[in-house]
Every structure is written in C-alpha cells, then in structure tokens.
Design a protein around this ligand. Structure first.
Ligand SMILES: [Zn+2]
Length: 206
C-alpha cells in the first residue's frame, strides 16, 4: 500500500483514471453512496474519497480471487444451491465435480466472464453440455443438462452475460438444474475445483 503515497505509481494513476471513468458512468451521488473500501473512516457525510476508491480499484485489479469481481453468475435467475449432495465433493458417496444450481427450466445460462467456447456436445450423462475457457483466469467452465443443444459453437467468443444455452434436465438428471463445473486450464477435463466460492462472489445476473 506504500505505493499509494507516491504520485509516481502507475497503478495509482491508472486507478485515478478509473475513478474518473467511474464518475462519468455513475449517476450523481452514486460515488458518495458507494461502500468505502476500508480505511478513511470517521468522516461521516463526506462519501468516499478518491484515494479510497483508488485503493478499492487496485484491490479489484490485484486480487482477482480475493475481491468482488465483475463476473456474472452463470444462471440468469435466483439460484438454489441445494444441499450438501448438490455441492462439490463426495457427499454422494462418489465424486461430484461440480455445483448443482436449481432454477426454472428454460432459464438462460450465461458466460460469467470473457470466454471462448472450446467444446460442446450431447451424451447420456452430461446431456447437452458446453465448455468455455476463461483465458484471464486460465480455467474452463462446464455446463451440463441444458434443455437443448448449446446455442454457441467451438471458437465463439463470449462476453460476460452472453448466453450459452438454456437450463434443463437432459442426460443423467433428476430435476431441472445446471450442473456447473470449474476446471483448471483449457478444456473440460482439467482438475475440477469447487465452484461455490466463485459463484457466491459473482454478481447475480439481471
Ligand atoms: Zn451435478
């Protein structure tokens, strides 16, 4: 944080430019209403100072996995994460390498970030499925049990919130849900990690 005290820090300059850009984007008063990024307390009524916001933005840039992110939740509806057996792990007595996300049949399922579609398919286990690669995070998101074939094809570039398909219950499925996996590296067969901490941090889709 010492770099915050020097005007030579390129990060700080970038952050201040970010604040200026934010100020242009937000309605009047929104900056004053934004939550403080820690520090600078005790000045009630002043809102958030530029350095506070700069620190917040630096935190967003530096701590992709430690701070709120701009990624969106892959299900475009309020989500029920079920119980322990719907989570990542061995609660079922066998590995479950994703998180089940319950929402109404037909709910759009979305790319959480800027991604590239790497593979789509359909089989008796996964149902209609798709895998999209997030180059920035170097991980792949896998969607299973979609109601119909993916609405995207390998090679497509997706922005956060772009539709991958529709939530359904094809393949090995009991009740409409998205089985969502997060795998390291590019492709649907990397090491699976628990999606839930990411999902809880990503913005609910609107
Ligand atoms: Zn599942």
């Amino acid at each position: 944080m010492r770099s915050l005290s020097t005007h030579k820090s390129p990060l700080r300059r970038a952050a201040v430019r970010g604040v200026a850009a934010l100020a242009l984007l937000l309605p009047a008063g929104a900056l004053a209403a934004a939550p403080a990024g820690g520090g600078g307390g005790g000045r009630g009524g002043e809102g958030v100072s530029a350095p506070d916001l700069a620190a917040l933005i630096i935190g967003l840039q530096a701590g992709r996995d430690a701070a709120p992110s701009a990624s969106v939740n892959p299900v475009a509806a309020p989500v029920d994460y079920g119980t322990a057996i719907n989570g990542f792990g061995n609660e079922r007595g066998r590995p479950h390498e994703g998180q089940d996300m319950f929402a109404p049949e037909g709910t759009p399922v979305l790319s959480p970030a800027t991604t590239e579609v790497v593979e789509t398919g359909s089989d008796s286990g996964r149902g209609n499925w798709a895998a999209v690669y997030d180059r920035t995070a170097d991980r792949t998101y896998v969607y299973m049990h979609m109601s119909g074939p993916a609405g995207v094809a390998a090679g497509d570039r997706l922005e956060p919130g772009d539709r991958v398909g529709l939530l359904g219950c094809t393949g090995s499925c009991d009740g409409a849900h998205l089985h969502f996996e997060v795998r390291t590296g590019r492709g649907p067969y990397g090491t699976a990690i628990d999606p839930l901490p990411l999902l809880r941090r990503w913005q609910p889709a609107r």
